[in-house]
Design a protein around this ligand. Structure first.
Ligand SMILES: Nc1ncnc2c1ncn2[C@@H]1O[C@H](COP(=O)(O)OP(=O)(O)O)[C@@H](O)[C@H]1O
Ligand SMILES: [Mg+2]
Length: 255
């Protein structure tokens, strides 16, 4: 279970950064007073445009960065070491070592998780099979396509079979076949009672995959609930329309 209570993250902008980005603002409120819960067996989608604060929220949950305010519990833990044992975190900013093979990469990360080589082999077989990695497992990462790298990134993040899965834009930039392998896998994990949160800026992904959608605009969670609830509350017939309606109301506030 993931519990987020009144999460706020303010980035301080250094003088150097201000100069570089031609701004006088010395801070950015990336996420403000956001609360939600994700239960086991549920996929929660944080849906929002670029800059809405999705990555920031997921990084806070994953303990990669410290919230400015608020409380986060993952499977009852808030201590970062415990949280990290319980989660899989996927981000497109993760860099895999170019001269490693997929196979070696898995051994390496399994070792970091203190897994035995038997445990690693068993897990590797399962994940390589389900994600379609077997065919290129001995190739250098430098020679892999974006989709192949993404699949390997997912396998690496899941090596320890965690209860909680946190995927930042998991299908971004992927061809439809690779995207489907990943969304099918997430559905399978949902059936296995994992707690899953993803971020996306693609309505269709949120619509198809999630049990609950949290609409994040300008760092604020402006609406959340099932698709049906969101359509009802916005008096619309598609998530697209609901989103644009919410954006009209909340989009320009923070400039
Ligand atoms: N490390 C950082 N330092 C300063 N500002 C940041 C940093 N990371 C993100 N931001 C700003 O915070 C806001 C939210 O960014 P982000 O969480 O990446 O949004 P999203 O993932 O929804 O596109 C944006 O205005 C972005 O420019
Ligand atoms: Mg992002």
């Amino acid at each position: 279970m993931i519990e987020v209570k009144n999460l706020t993250k303010i980035y301080q902008i250094s003088k150097k950064e201000q100069k570089k980005n031609k701004t006088k603002k010395d801070e950015v409120k990336a996420v403000e007073n956001v609360s939600f819960t994700v239960n086991p067996g549920e996929i929660y989608a944080l849906l929002g445009p670029n800059g809405a604060g999705k990555t920031t929220a997921l990084r806070c949950i994953s303990t990669l960065i410290k919230p400015t305010n608020g409380e986060i519990n993952v499977n009852g833990f808030s201590d970062s070491e415990k949280v990290r044992e319980n989660i899989s975190f996927l981000t497109n900013e993760l860099k895999l070592e170019d001269h490693f093979s997929a196979d070696f990469t898995m051994n390496f990360f399994g070792g970091l998780r203190n897994m035995t080589s038997e445990e690693i082999d068993e897990r590797k077989n399962y994940l390589f099979d389900i994600l379609g990695i077997k065919g290129f497992k001995n190739k250098k990462i430098a020679d892999l396509s974006t989709g192949m790298k993404q699949k390997l990134g997912i396998a690496v993040s899941l090596i320890h079979d965690p209860d909680v899965i946190i995927f930042d834009e998991p299908t971004n930039g992927l061809d439809v076949l690779t995207a489907k392998i990943i969304t099918d896998y997430l559905m399978d994990m949902k059936r296995k009672n994992k707690t899953i949160i993803i971020s996306t800026h693609v309505m269709r992904v949120a619509e198809k995959l999630s049990d609950k959608i949290g609409v994040l605009i300008g760092g604020h969670l402006v609406m959340e609930g099932t698709l049906e609830k969101i359509l009802l509350e916005t008096n619309t017939e598609s998530l697209d329309d609901a989103f644009f309606k919410l954006y009209e109301i909340h989009g320009e506030q923070d400039g």
